[in-house]
Design a protein. Structure first.
Lengths: 263, 400
């Protein structure tokens, strides 16, 4: 079966302290990694291929440096990797990103399953993969914690979704898009042999022209979402010392707490 | 001149550090406290290709170079010295010497199970009465037909109770000093071979250290490594490999101690400010970083020499001496930065300090390395070509 794994490169949130400029990431953004949720994406795709045969293509939208994330995907064992990158695409919101990804998916060709992570740890919108499914007109099964049955001959996938207070088992026809949560598997590390192959790999880069996209239809200009960062309001606090013996002090304390409507 | 790591090296580095963070750190404190060997790590390390990282693919290795071996050692010891020791001994002191000195038949027979981790291997040179003074060894081998009967005791042997393959050294000629020493490849289960574990070590408690006892162990001639009398040269060339991993590992240990100290000095406050704002703490941090940078340079240079197939005994000795002494100083400073908390095993720097003391003793004490360096300078010591040199790293060969 043909599987497409959606992979994003994100800042390494474990090492943000050195990369912050006020509330925003500094210009270089610090060390970058494969979006941790997408490690589960890649493992899900690789396990599906190992069980059913076929091919896994990792697809990433990002700046040229994002090729590093695809090298990790190749080192983990995906068969092919495609980077979608074009200066015109910078600062696309999730919907604009989804449009770009859909164009790339159509260029890749036939697919049975698309896998994505539940969200990316940078924007954390959890929207892009959903919008990809909608634009492609294929079923979406989100928050998948278990693939109970993937049946390429029957053209169905049965998955267990992890919801806030429930688990829901859903059967969908293929092709479909699933997003996965970390309960689904234990991502493998890239192997040394995989790393060697990945380091030598020549990763194709597709821009607007390759995808037949009008540059004005992507990027910041075509995005409806505006990002603004604000600190939470400062909390005013003061200290009041209560004098007197334990009983008097306790009585005063209770009175004061009731006055302030704490109790 | 190029100091930049290749894409391949950077990926190895990242993967190894991820492995160390996720697989070693969570359980190593308990192993250290209990003095237990982390057996559960061996299959995981093997699955990653660590056990044969720089052995050619034709022998089931991962076909990578010596810089990668250094990065692996560094990343593992960032978490704990004991895990790096497994690679130093299994690969540096056993598999690589078989690759360097073995006949093609021996390589084809012995290397694949070592590269895949199906066999775990160790190295027996030191004896109760012979450490740095190798010529004082009393282990002996006498030949009967095409079999050697090997007897003696080896001490302070890493992995002695874990390994199934043993590279041991014994005198085939009692009159000849170091020129009478021969190398043998023994296997667990052979008659007369027994092993045991030493308890009560100050550090590297999650490593297995012990003894090997050999009582007339029959060793077929096919298991002799190199020629008769070549054992001392083989042993010294083994150390060129393992000392490199020790030096690289010490850099990893220093990196951990530096990261932990910077992080702690940012959070811990005294006299109304983070302790990192106090000049004497800054000095400790700056000195740690100095040792990390210089140690890394020394290690990378040795890796480069090895990749080029150039003799590196002196440079490896220098890197081992500098990096292990620096690691001991750095771990000690890290404990100092952490104050009383650093003295508790709740913090990893305490374990790193105990671990770091071992490496200034084994694989040549710091004193031996200083004698070596001085002897090179005075012209009392030169490295003559070996009958079997470690070849330069050639990707076309290693990856075929």
């Amino acid at each position: 079966m043909n599987i497409i794994a959606l992979v994003k490169q994100t800042p390494d949130t474990a090492q943000l302290s050195a990369a912050m400029d006020g509330l925003m990431l500094s210009a270089d953004g610090g060390p970058r990694i494969v979006n941790p949720w997408d490690e589960y994406t890649l493992e899900t795709a690789l396990q599906a291929r190992e069980e059913h045969g076929g091919k896994v293509t990792a697809l990433c939208l990002g700046p040229p440096e994002a090729a590093d994330a695809l090298k990790t995907a190749l080192a983990m064992g995906v068969d092919e990797a495609v980077l979608v990158s074009d200066p015109a695409m910078a600062d696309s919101d999730s919907l604009a990103s989804a449009r770009i990804l859909v164009a790339a998916i159509r260029k890749i060709g036939d697919f049975d399953l698309i896998v994505g992570g539940r969200a990316a740890i940078d924007g954390n919108t959890a929207a892009t993969a959903v919008q990809v499914a909608a634009l492609l007109g294929i079923p979406l099964v989100s928050y998948v914690a278990k693939l109970r049955n993937l049946d390429p001959s029957d053209r169905t996938v049965t998955a267990v979704r992890l919801l806030e207070k429930a688990r829901e088992t859903v059967t969908s026809r293929l092709p479909a898009l699933i997003t996965v949560v970390k309960e689904i598997n234990e991502p493998r590390y890239p192997s040394l042999i995989g790393i060697r192959k990945a380091a030598r790999a020549d990763i194709p880069v597709w821009g607007c022209e390759d995808l037949g996209l009008d540059p004005s239809g992507v990027g910041a200009g075509a995005s409806g979402v505006v990002w603004r960062t604000e600190l939470p309001p400062v909390r005013e606090a003061h200290i009041e010392m209560i004098d007197g013996g334990p009983e008097d002090a306790a009585r005063t304390l209770v009175d004061r707490l009731m006055e302030e409507k704490v109790i | 001149m190029d100091f930049e790591l290749s894409d391949e090296h950077r990926m190895v580095e990242r993967m190894v550090y991820d492995f160390a963070r996720n697989e070693i750190l969570p359980s190593i404190r308990e192993h250290d406290r209990n003095g237990t060997f982390p057996h559960e790590l061996l299959p995981k390390m093997a699955a990653q290709g660590f056990m044969g990282i720089c052995l050619p693919e034709r022998y089931d290795g991962a076909g990578m170079d010596f810089i990668s071996l250094g990065l692996l050692s560094e990343g593992l010891e960032w978490a704990d010295s004991s895990v790096r020791e497994t690679i130093a001994v299994h690969l540096g002191l056993h598999a690589l010497p078989v690759f360097q000195w073995g006949t093609e038949e021996q390589k084809e027979r012995f290397l694949p199970p070592l590269a895949t981790g199906a066999n775990i291997a160790c190295f027996g040179l030191t004896e109760p009465g012979a450490g740095s003074d190798v010529a004082a060894m009393t282990s002996r081998a006498r030949k009967e037909g095409d079999t050697y009967l090997v007897s003696g005791e080896k001490m302070w042997i890493t992995l002695s109770d874990v390994a199934d393959r043993f590279l041991v050294f014994a005198k085939t000629d009692q009159e000849e000093g170091t020129r009478g020493i021969t190398a043998f490849l023994l296997e667990r289960g052979w008659e007369g071979l027994s092993t045991g574990t030493i308890k009560g070590k100050m550090g590297v408690r999650a490593s297995n250290t012990g003894w090997i006892n050999m009582d007339e162990v029959p060793v077929p001639e096919s298991h002799r490594l190199g020629e008769e009398g070549e054992g001392f040269k083989i042993a010294m060339s083994c150390l060129d490999n393992a000392r490199y991993t020790v030096a690289a590992g010490a850099v990893g240990l220093m990196k951990f101690c530096l990261e932990a100290s910077v992080s702690y000095a940012r959070q811990r406050r005294t006299f109304g400010q983070p302790i990192g704002d106090h000049q004497l703490v800054k000095q400790l941090i700056a000195q740690m970083k100095q040792r990390v940078d210089l140690g890394e340079l020394a290690v990378r240079k040795v890796g480069w020499l090895k990749n080029r197939g150039m003799r590196n005994t002196r440079e490896t000795s220098m890197a081992k001496w500098y990096c292990t002494e620096s690691a001991f100083a750095t771990a000690s400073d890290a404990v100092q930065v952490h104050g009383a908390y650093g003295y508790s095993d709740e913090y990893d720097v305490e374990r790193h300090l105990r671990n770091s003391k071992s490496a200034v003793i084994y694989e040549g004490t710091s004193q031996i390395h200083q004698l070596m360096q001085a002897d090179y300078e005075f012209g009392n010591r030169t490295d003559r070509p070996l009958r079997c040199e470690m070849p330069a790293y050639d990707p076309a060969y290693w990856q075929s």
